[in-house]
Design a protein around this ligand. Structure first.
Ligand code: G3P
Length: 219
């Protein structure tokens, strides 16, 4: 399973990258707003810096909602570096833009997917990635992971190459269940990556090892 980090924060990306846990990065307008990105230039500079740092797929999301606007933004972002995958929302205009961009060889990550047939449509339109939002489904008392499980089955049934990104991850169980379901990628917020590393028995075990070692050396 590949790990992407779901953030626009360069410090978080740098730290997770040094842990060897960044196979890619996903951003969205909310995450960019959180780090104070205000202009198109700032956004493109940020995407460029992230690409230079990770040398791996980086999703940059369009903010236009009409096909022509999406295409213009997507083509601009795709020119930043080869690492850029353009994030397009799951709408009729988004599907039209996805088809055109895929035909031009631009990787598209279709985002805001909440049911498996949306993922099937995105795959048929040529998307390189689909992003089902698990946490937001859980938030409304619907089991988000069921969506991922069904997408895995559908893509296997028909041999789609489109990769499934488990998105809107809120906790380690989402990563575990995504891996068990056979999703290709989990895009994980920094805090959850750190939670994945920690286990209380690891800390207790390490403390005991060091205490035993010190006691022997002093005796
Ligand atoms: O990148 C999109 C997605 O992961 C958003 O997560 O926590 O805002 O639902 P969240």
């Amino acid at each position: 399973m590949k790990f992407f980090i779901d953030t626009a924060n360069l410090d978080e990306i740098r730290e997770a990258h040094s842990l060897g846990l960044v196979d890619g990065v996903t951003t969205n307008p909310s995450l960019c707003a959180k780090v104070g990105i205000k202009t198109d230039k700032q956004f493109e500079d940020l995407i460029r810096q992230i690409c230079e740092l990770v040398q791996a797929p980086v999703s940059a999301e369009v903010t236009a909602v009409d096909e022509a606007g999406m295409l213009a933004e997507a083509r601009r972002y795709a020119k930043i570096t080869d690492c850029v995958a353009v994030k397009i929302p799951m709408t009729p205009d988004g599907l039209k833009a996805t088809r055109k961009l895929a035909d031009e060889g631009i990787k598209v990550n279709v985002t805001l997917i909440f049911q498996p047939l949306q993922a099937l449509l995105a795959a048929k339109a040529g998307a390189a990635y689909v992003s089902p939002f698990i946490g937001r489904l859980d938030d409304i008392s619907q089991r988000g992971m069921e969506c991922v499980e069904q997408i895995v089955t559908i893509f296997e049934n028909y041999g789609f190459d489109t990769e499934i990104i488990v998105a809107s991850i809120r906790n380690p169980v989402h990563v575990l269940e995504g891996a068990l379901a056979g999703a290709d990628i989990a895009t994980v917020p920094y805090g959850v990556i750190m939670q994945l590393i920690k286990h209380p028995l690891t800390d207790i075990g390490l403390k005991k090892f060091l205490e035993d070692w010190e006691r022997t050396r002093k005796s």
